[in-house]
Design a binder for this molecule. Structure first.
Ligand SMILES: [Zn+2]
Length: 162
């Protein structure tokens, strides 16, 4: 363990610098959290990281084309062209605003795992200002290059069955 006195001077933000943009997922600053994943500069290390970045991508998709590409890239789906999926995602993101995320549970999905599930609640508001909470258990697995991918939503009754 390094001594506490080893923390370099100036560690932490200067009070005069502007607040970095918070990540939609509720984590730290966007540039240290989901930002690098959505920009395709980094791969998610865990299923939870991918889940959070996909939530943030949904939250940002209306104004950031990279977010749409992140959603497409991390959710393989056959039987529909990328163009059709892109269009459907854009439409759904125009109608729904994602307000906040709460991760409730993670099973596996760590750096050494092949599969994992993440259970979460996401608050939303639609164009008519109706609000609600989506509760989902998402299943994740590794792709051909070992990258984490979103596979599907499990019904919440299946959660413990894995
Ligand atoms: Zn984040």
């Amino acid at each position: 363990m390094p001594p506490v006195s080893g923390v370099p001077l100036g560690f932490g933000r200067q009070s005069s610098s502007p607040e970095p943009a918070a990540c939609p997922c509720g984590g730290s600053a966007y540039s240290n959290c989901c930002g690098p994943l959505i920009a395709a500069e980094q791969l998610a290390a865990t299923a939870e990281q991918l889940m959070r970045s996909r939530y943030s991508a949904f939250a940002l998709a209306a104004k950031d084309p990279k977010a749409i590409e992140h959603l497409l890239r991390t959710h393989p789906e056959t039987g529909q062209t990328a163009a059709a999926r892109r269009k459907a995602l854009k439409e759904s993101c125009r109608n729904i605003q994602w307000l906040s995320l709460k991760v409730l549970d993670c099973q596996d999905g760590g750096v050494l795992d092949k599969y994992g599930t993440v259970t979460f609640e996401a608050r939303w508001r639609d164009r008519d200002r109706r609000e609600g909470v989506l509760k989902e258990c998402s299943r994740f697995g590794r792709g051909e290059s070992d990258e984490w991918l979103y596979l599907k939503a499990l019904s919440l009754g299946d959660v413990t069955a894995g």
